[in-house]
Design a protein around this ligand. Structure first.
Ligand code: CP
Length: 301
């Protein structure tokens, strides 16, 4: 049976704990090739990606499995349309053992899951979800704080169109004693139904115009996604929701700043030299989460 990782809500709390434990085991293990597999996966990336694509490629090499890359599916200038994604899946179903897919459309997985008989990992789709990034964010917090309960995190930037933030808030809802402070333009805040889902477990979601910096354990800079359906972001907005050295100076001593990268201008480069700058560490730790995801969802099913 395919073991898909498409939406955060389909990952149970138990599975989250297993992925965290497996990532930690892989990080601390000295075994260089901890699987004995002849499986071949497909990287089907229909949008640019640096971290997720290369991160999974390196993770696969370290696990001893192979990946092939499908960069685009339009193969003749005379074709007026690219081949459909369902045809691509039907083509590769018999050849590949699992699919790692990034796609610009929000509903792409509804289209293709009926045709795929191999595990699918969502590597980011439209404005919808980016569950592997959310798992990396959780693991980074656990690595730094040593817990996933009882902490305060500030989401700053365009929260509404950040696909990783949608997956992240769903995973955070499994834990207790969490406060999310949202610092975002009112039209770019988290959707109300997602906030209600997060608060069901007794967690708190506060919408703030300005953060009261210094109270949080983690700052999650969502940045401003390259394509925003509601138009361009003004320079005023970009400046207002930017992490600067002045803001970093106000954070508590152990607070960490996360960002999924690529960073555009949402965090000043000067912040990189400060102890709170954890976004490159977050990506480094991502390798072990990606290895854990491949092992659990693609190599063991
Ligand atoms: N964080 C992330 O998804 O980065 P890429 O777009 O480079 O994969």
């Amino acid at each position: 049976m395919p073991h898909n990782l498409i939406e955060a809500k389909t990952i149970s709390k138990k599975e989250v704990a297993e992925i965290m434990a497996l990532a930690e085991e892989l990080r601390t293990s000295k075994v260089s090739n901890p699987t004995n597999t002849d499986k071949i996966g497909g990287l089907l990336f229909f949008e640019p990606s640096t971290r997720t694509r290369i991160g999974f490629e390196v993770a696969a090499i370290k696990l001893g499995c192979k990946l092939v890359t499908v960069k685009e599916t339009k193969f003749k200038d005379t074709m007026t349309e690219p081949e459909s994604i369902t045809d691509t899946i039907k083509t590769f179903n018999p050849l590949l053992d699992f699919f790692l897919i990034r796609h610009p459309e929000d509903n792409v997985f509804k289209q293709i899951t009926p045709y795929a008989n191999k595990s699918i990992i969502n590597c980011g789709n439209g404005y919808n979800e980016h569950p592997t990034q959310a798992l990396i964010n959780l693991y980074t917090i656990w690595h730094k704080l040593g817990r996933l309960d009882n902490f305060t995190i500030t989401f700053i930037g365009d929260v509404k169109y950040s696909r990783a933030a949608h997956s992240f808030i769903k995973l955070l809802s499994y834990f207790k004693g969490i406060t999310i402070n949202e610092v975002a333009p009112s039209e770019l805040g988290m959707q109300e139904d997602e906030v209600r889902g997060f608060e069901l477990n007794g967690n708190r979601y506060k919408r703030l115009d300005q953060s009261v910096w210094g109270k949080e354990d983690v700052v999650y800079s969502t940045g401003f996604p390259p394509r925003n359906p509601s138009g361009e972001y003004s320079q005023e907005i970009r400046d207002k929701y930017k992490i600067t050295v002045e803001i970093a100076d106000k954070l508590s001593r152990d607070c960490i700043v996360l960002n999924d990268l690529p960073r555009i201008d949402e965090i000043d480069q000067d912040v990189d030299d400060l102890d709170c700058a954890y976004y490159f560490k977050q990506n480094e730790l991502g390798l072990f989460v990606r290895m854990a995801i491949l092992k659990k969802y693609c190599l063991e099913s």
